[in-house]
Design a protein around this ligand. Structure first.
Ligand code: CP
Length: 320
C-alpha cells in the first residue's frame, strides 16, 4: 500500500479485515516494526477519535509520533498557487509539506471539506496537494469526500457483529443536524459497503442524495421507515445537500433514530462514527441502549489505523 486515501488503495478488503481483527487480538504483536520511523499526524480540523486512535496505533508499532494541530498551533496556511502572500496567510502548504518530508517517514492528514466551493471539495483541493508534494506515503485522516480509516473500522465492527449465514441488511440513514456537515463519512461508508457482502440501502430525505459518483447503483430511499424495515445494522449520519451544495433543505418528517423506529428493524445494531448530537441525530435511549455498538466502533478505530500503518511500514521496509 503506497498511500491510503480510499478503499481503492486496498488490494483485498476481506484480507485487511482479517488482518485488522488479528491485530485486535494482540495489538502489541509487532512493537518494533516502526522503530526508527516517524509518522506526522497533521490536523487541519478538530478531532478526538482519529487523533488518539492514530497515536495509540502508531505507538503499538513503535513509531515515533509527531502530532501537529495545524489549525491552532501552526502558521496560517496559504493553499492557492501563485498568490501574493501579503495578507493573513504566512506559510504556503507546498513549503509546509516539503518540510514535513524532511521530518516524517509517513504523513497523515485531516483536511475537511471547506463547504464553500463544491469544485474545490469534490477535487480534494487540500489532500491533492499532499499527494502531489509529499515524498513519503500519505494517509487520509478524513478528507473533503472520504473518511477511509473510519470506514475500515466500520467494516470490522459489522464483521464482528454478524454471525448469521446470510447477508446482513445495512442501512445508512441520514439524521438531522443544526448546521451543514460534509458528505465524507456517508460517501466513504457507501464505497466500502459496496465492496462488502451486504445488502446496502441509503435512506435520506429528498434533496439530500449523496454524490452519484459514490452511490452508483446503491438503492436510495426517501422514506426512512421503509428503509429501516428488517435492517440488521443502521448507520446514523448527517450530511448536507450535495446538489444544492452545503445547503440544508427543509425536512418535514422527524428523521432522528428512536427506539420506536428500531422496532421496524430486525433488532438492528446501531452505529455512528461520533461525535454525535444526542436527541437530535439519535435519542439517548438508542445511544445508551443495548443495540448500540457505537463505542465498540470507536475502539476499532485503533485497529483500523494500526492495520493501515502496518501495511505502509511493510511497503517502506521492503524498499530498504
Ligand atoms: N469519527 C471521527 O473521526 O471522530 P473525530 O472527528 O473525533 O476524529
Amino acid at each position: 500500500m503506497k498511500n491510503f486515501t480510499s478503499v481503492y488503495d486496498i488490494d483485498n478488503l476481506q484480507e485487511i479485515i482479517a488482518k485488522t481483527l488479528k491485530i485486535k487480538e494482540n495489538p502489541l504483536e509487532n512493537p518494533t516494526k516502526g522503530n526508527g520511523k516517524t509518522i506526522g499526524l497533521v490536523f487541519l480540523n478538530s478531532s478526538l477519535r482519529t487523533r488518539l486512535s492514530s497515536q495509540i496505533a502508531a505507538q503499538n508499532l513503535g513509531l515515533n509520533v509527531l502530532t501537529l494541530n495545524a489549525a491552532q498551533e501552526a502558521w496560517n496556511l496559504e493553499f492557492a498557487d501563485g498568490t501574493v502572500m501579503n495578507g493573513d496567510t504566512v506559510e504556503h502548504i507546498k513549503d509546509a509539506i516539503e518540510v514535513l518530508n524532511q521530518y516524517c517517514d509517513i504523513i497523515a492528514v485531516r483536511c475537511f471539506a471547506g463547504m464553500k466551493s463544491k469544485e474545490d471539495d469534490v477535487n480534494e483541493s487540500i489532500l491533492s496537494q499532499f499527494l502531489k508534494h509529499a515524498k513519503v506515503p500519505v494517509i487520509s485522516l478524513e478528507s473533503a469526500t472520504r473518511h477511509p480509516l473510519q470506514s475500515l473500522a466500520d467494516c470490522i465492527t459489522i464483521t464482528e457483529n454478524w454471525k448469521e449465514n446470510r447477508k446482513p441488511k445495512v442501512v445508512l440513514t441520514w439524521a438531522p443536524h443544526i448546521k451543514p456537515i460534509a458528505q465524507a463519512v456517508g460517501n466513504s461508508f457507501t464505497e466500502w459497503m459496496q465492496q462488502m457482502d451486504v445488502d446496502f440501502v441509503i435512506a435520506n430525505p429528498e434533496g439530500y442524495d449523496l454524490d452519484k459518483n459514490f452511490t452508483k447503483d446503491t438503492k436510495v430511499l426517501h422514506n426512512q421507515d421503509e428503509a429501516l424495515k428488517d435492517a440488521d445494522f443502521i448507520y446514523v449520519k448527517n450530511w448536507s445537500s450535495f446538489e444544492e451544495y452545503a445547503v440544508m433543505p427543509k425536512v418535514d418528517e422527524n428523521w432522528m433514530l428512536t427506539n420506536e423506529k428500531l422496532e421496524l428493524t430486525n433488532n438492528a445494531k446501531v452505529m455512528h462514527c461520533l461525535p454525535v448530537r444526542r436527541n437530535l441525530e439519535l435519542s439517548d435511549e438508542v445511544m445508551d441502549g443495548e443495540n448500540s455498538i457505537i463505542y465498540q466502533q470507536a475502539k476499532n478505530r485503533i485497529f483500523s489505523a494500526q492495520a493501515v500503518f502496518s501495511e505502509i511500514l511493510d511497503e517502506i521496509n521492503s524498499k530498504n
